[in-house]
Ligand binder design. Sequence first.
Ligand SMILES: Nc1ncnc2c1ncn2[C@@H]1O[C@H](COP(=O)(O)OP(=O)(O)OP(=O)(O)O)[C@@H](O)[C@H]1O
Ligand SMILES: [Mg+2]
Length: 414
Amino acid sequence: MRILIADDDFTSRTMLDMVLQSQNYEVTACRDGIEAWDIIKKGNAPNIMILDWLMPDMDGIELLIKIRSLKTEINPYIIMLTGKTETEAIISALEKGADDMLSKPYQPAELIARVNAGIRMVEAQQKLIEQSRALKAAQMQIANDKKLKAVGQLAAGLSHEINTPVQFISDSIHFLQDVYIEYSQLTSLYQEATAELKQLKLCSELLNKIEDAESKIDFAFINENIPDSFKASYEGLNRISSIVTSMKEFATPTNLTLAPHDLNKSLRDAVNISRKNIEAYTDIVFNPGDLPMVKCSIDDLNQVFLNIIKNSAQSIKYFNEKENKSEKGCITITSYIEGKNAIISVADTGHGIPEKIKDRVFEPFFTTREVGSGQGQGLAISRTIIVDKHKGKLTFESEEGKGATFFISIPING
Ligand SMILES: Nc1ncnc2c1ncn2[C@@H]1O[C@H](COP(=O)(O)OP(=O)(O)OP(=O)(O)O)[C@@H](O)[C@H]1O
Ligand SMILES: [Mg+2]
């Protein structure tokens, strides 16, 4: 424990210093109130302080008032050292924020006992702060889980609702495309017939009407572009279908049968599959640890590995392009055991995850990618697979500009 003492009297200060050091405390000794205040206002002063009441320039009470005006997380425990014994003076110091008084002359044992009482108080405060932090984190986690659950239910409902109309749009487009082929064959016959009638100078009034109608609708343009319209409609439908499939995967917990699998083998496969697409801008390194067989749903886990590697690769690519970097990035995958869990970490040298979106990345549909290049589903689905299906953990650490590391933790025995 660190202790600050402020006493202008050399003998008294040395005595305090010696007694406290004999108890292995780390002492910061100040020669007066001003020197002590200089240290305290910088914000890293000890949490136990012994202040002499009478000092030149800034006395102990003035220093005490200044310390109490600071908004520190922990309230330092302040013992006033004084020759004063009048009750009124003592009451006044306590009211101004002193925690204890020590009258001169004192016995070293009393000083130590009072300092120890202060240490208990400071430690109790620290414990309380830690507990309150843990409580806040747990509350946030519960709120986040609730939100994700609600979004999951919404996604399940929506995917069902979207599927039905998509199905009949898709049926109708198939029908239209089929009949269009026959229809266009028929219209070319009509065109041949009108050309012949024109040559024979027959039905000229009707032919004029036909020509007029054709020019109004730009018949040639329509014929040329209809095939592309079908193609675009199919592309749109495919995109909707893949969104709906992802939404379903996120929302519908499948019945899991867990079986023992070699995660290192799956990771090696995932690395090999990914390497081809990303080697132009990043290396990918796998450090397999000594893993036992892990009870899991391996197809689901493969999907998670690919999602997370893909995110890392996208982040590196974007970062390299933005910063005009010529050297390749690196994705490092490591597997190891921690207690009863198999851990897989995926670290990248990409742009990292900005502080303001850290609590959103697991939300379904949350994406920072350009329209059409990300659905914001990869991490939401991965989270469902790891947390809900495998009772594991999916977390990350990231500093903006320095990359991100995702940690997958899976209970070895299911
Ligand atoms: N390794 C990473 N580095 C930096 N940002 C990341 C990383 N992984 C995820 N993110 C951020 O989290 C967001 C959500 O990721 P998620 O995988 O869920 O969706 P997506 O990649 O945008 O789209 P999808 O995976 O559906 O194609 C990303 O848009 C990105 O902003
Ligand atoms: Mg993704």
